[in-house]
Design a protein around this ligand. Structure first.
Ligand SMILES: [Fe+2]
Length: 273
C-alpha cells in the first residue's frame, strides 16, 4: 500500500506502525480515513503521537470504525460518557487489568473489533504495552497442525478476568473457533488467550490444557511481537481480531492514566479457504 495522506512507519516486522500527519481531534477527510483503515489492516496495531482529544473527540474518531461498546464491568468515571473506560494506576493500585496476554472481552458473543487507548499521564519509565500478531502465530504452525486447530472451538469466560470484582455484571461465556478468519483481510488468526479461554470444547481436560499451554508459548514468542513505549498524549489502536496484547505494570508506584474506547465487532467465524 502506498500512502499519500498519512505517514506510516513500521516498528516491527509482523505488526505495529506509527502514523504521522493526522490530528485525531478533528474530522478526518474520507481519503485520510481510507488510509488509516488500510494502515490498521496492514499493521494490526497503529500508534499516534502528540494528540489532544476530549472524550467526545475520542468517541467521534472511534465511531468512524463502528458502534461503540460500553464495557459491561468497568466503573464509569467520566460523567456523560459511559463508553469511556478509564485506565488508571497509581501508588494505591492493588492490580491493573490486562497484565497477561489477551484480546479484549473475548468472552463476549461478538467481541470488540478494536480498542483505542489514549494516555495523558505516563510514568517516567516503563508501562509499555506488548502486542503479538495472531496471524503470525497461526502461520508458524505446520499444515497438519493448522488443519487440526481449524476444526476446534474454545470456551471464553469473563468470570476468569472479572469474577468477584464487579458482581454479576460480566459473566459472559462464549464459544469461539480456535482459528478465526479476519472479516477484512481474509487471513486466519489464532483466537485463544490465557485471560479468557477456559478449555477447548472437543478435547479431554488434560489434552485441552496441554494444547492451550503449547499455543500460548507460540503466541508469546518475541519474534511475532512489537513493544510500544508510551509518551503522554500517545494513542494506540489495536485490532482485537488478529492481535493480543498485555500491559506491563513495572512502574509502581508511579501514575499512568488515560481513556479507552472499544468498538463493537462481529461474532468470530472460521471460513474454510
Ligand atoms: Fe486489554
Amino acid at each position: 500500500m502506498t500512502y499519500t495522506k498519512i505517514a506510516v512507519n513500521k516498528i516491527a516486522p509482523h505488526l505495529g506502525a506509527e502514523i504521522g500527519g493526522v490530528d485525531l481531534s478533528r474530522p478526518l477527510a474520507d481519503d485520510v480515513m481510507l488510509e488509516i483503515r488500510a494502515a490498521l489492516a496492514e499493521n494490526l496495531v497503529i500508534f499516534f503521537r502528540d494528540q489532544s482529544m476530549t472524550p467526545a473527540e475520542q468517541k467521534d474518531f472511534g465511531r468512524q470504525f463502528g458502534e461503540l461498546f460500553t464495557h459491561p464491568a468497568a466503573p464509569q468515571l467520566v460523567p456523560g460518557h459511559p463508553e469511556i473506560l478509564t485506565v488508571h494506576a497509581d501508588a494505591n493500585s492493588k492490580r491493573i487489568d490486562g497484565e497477561n496476554w489477551h484480546s479484549d472481552i473475548s468472552c463476549d458473543i461478538a467481541p470488540p473489533m478494536g480498542s483505542i487507548l489514549y494516555l495523558t499521564e505516563v510514568p517516567p519509565i516503563g508501562g509499555d504495552t506488548l502486542f503479538a500478531s495472531m496471524y503470525a502465530a497461526y502461520d508458524s504452525f505446520s499444515p497438519e497442525m493448522q488443519r487440526f486447530l481449524c476444526g476446534l472451538t474454545a470456551m471464553h469466560d469473563g468470570e476468569r478476568q472479572h469474577g468477584g470484582r464487579f458482581g454479576s455484571k460480566t459473566n459472559a461465556a462464549s464459544e469461539h473457533p480456535v482459528v478465526v478468519t479476519h472479516p477484512v483481510t481474509g487471513r486466519k488468526a489464532l483466537f485463544v488467550n490465557p485471560i479468557f479461554t477456559t478449555h477447548i470444547v472437543q478435547l479431554k481436560a488434560e489434552e485441552s490444557n496441554a494444547l492451550l499451554q503449547f499455543l500460548y508459548l507460540q503466541t508469546q514468542r518475541p519474534q511475532i511481537q512489537c513493544r510500544f513505549q508510551w509518551r503522554a498524549k500517545s494513542v494506540a489502536f489495536w485490532d482485537n481480531r488478529c492481535v493480543q496484547h498485555m500491559a506491563l505494570w513495572d512502574y509502581f508506584p508511579h501514575r499512568r492514566h488515560g481513556h479507552r474506547i472499544t468498538i463493537r465487532g462481529e461474532r468470530p467465524v472460521y471460513l474454510a479457504a
